[in-house]
Write a protein that binds this ligand. Sequence first.
Ligand code: MD3
Ligand code: FE
Length: 216
Amino acid sequence: MTFDLFDALPAAPAIEPLAPGAMVLRGFARDIDTDLLAAVREVSRAAPFRHLITPGGLRMSVAMTNCGQAGWVSDRSGYRYDPADPDSGAPWPPMPTLFRSLAERAAATAGYPGFAPDACLINRYQPGTRLSLHQDRDELDLRAPIVSVSLGLPATFLWGGLRRADKPARVRLAHGDVVVWGGPSRLAFHGIAPLADGDHALTGNERINLTFRKTR
Ligand code: MD3
Ligand code: FE
């Protein structure tokens, strides 16, 4: 029988650099996937997914809801973080402890210790759903990173760089992948290509994305 010292060490998370300040933690959320999806279902029972209207009057193909102290919303008057769900007038459901601790661990692993998100935007994609190139700049403190968690069907993430005209790179994001975006990458343009049809064991034909934000 052999004795292998390395057997005693926990596996180090694979950190894949994406751009300065941005990195992919492949499969980081996999071991809690079922609990994460159960929590998404619970949040969406209190604050159902809905298709928001852009300031330009277009219905977004992504369905969204939120949990935490504030939620991202859009309507004819613009984008904002709102402490209440405009559909019900009630505060957004609290951020599940499991969400907060995952986001904190991921950020720390990527070199951003002490990340304390106050908002989690939950995006739901079905085949054909896309998210066009945009920047996330509605948060007051742009020094804090954004942590994203992909669940269910894989997607092609479009990574556009700092100018809208830059040709976007394509990055595959799969079930359980976590990406941390901070520093020089915080204001990069990004989007999601139209979701391909598929069948995932836990989500069927859907992709769920969680983004954790510090909005104030
Ligand atoms: C890079 N969501 O909710 S997550 C969004 O998969 C959003 O649902 C996409 O873009 C999704 O705003 C992409 C990856 C992501 C999220 C926020 C970022 C990348 C980012 C903010 C700054 C730079
Ligand atoms: Fe975004």
